[in-house]
Design a protein around this ligand. Structure first.
Ligand code: DQA
Length: 138
């Protein structure tokens, strides 16, 4: 089973960025733990700060991979383009957030991804990604 984790803008700064919200670990450090935990899966990881690159990647894998785990970060709340890309593809998408966006500012309560996601997991820190992977196994 082939699953791609896609992280959006500023998630390359995990570990340094607002650690009280996002924790102390970089995703690059966390990803090998996920690969180890889910050895039977082909897990891949992609990060970009650019909306167009995120859309290109969603289109590239969205007709052949078994799952996409998408943390579109701030674009979640602004990008009709990423929302449309999620709608256009065949591969199921699980939307993920590290923080509980509903506990935060009002502008984070809107998601252009959710209406076309298979499900949403948020608020469990980096564990949210693991829960999302598990959701593809059940
Ligand atoms: C985030 C939540 C977003 O509101 C924010 O813009 C992010 C990260 C999260 O994982 O909690 O960059 O997607």
């Amino acid at each position: 089973m082939k699953i791609l984790i896609i992280n959006g803008p500023n998630l390359n700064l995990l570990g340094k960025r607002e650690p009280e919200v996002y924790g102390n670990q970089t995703f690059e450090d966390h990803f090998p733990d996920l690969q180890f935990k889910f050895k039977k899966l082909q897990l891949e990881y992609f990060q970009s700060n650019s909306e167009g690159e995120l859309i290109d990647k969603i289109q590239e894998v969205g007709f052949s991979y078994d799952g996409i785990i998408l943390n579109a970060a701030a674009y979640t709340h602004t990008s009709i383009g990423i929302g449309d890309a999620v709608k256009a593809i065949k591969t199921p998408v699980v939307e993920v957030h590290i923080s509980n966006t509903h506990k935060r500012e009002q502008f984070r309560h809107i998601s252009y991804i959710s209406p076309n996601a298979m499900g949403v997991i948020l608020g469990f820190g980096l564990k949210s990604y693991e829960l999302a992977i598990q959701s593809f196994l059940e």
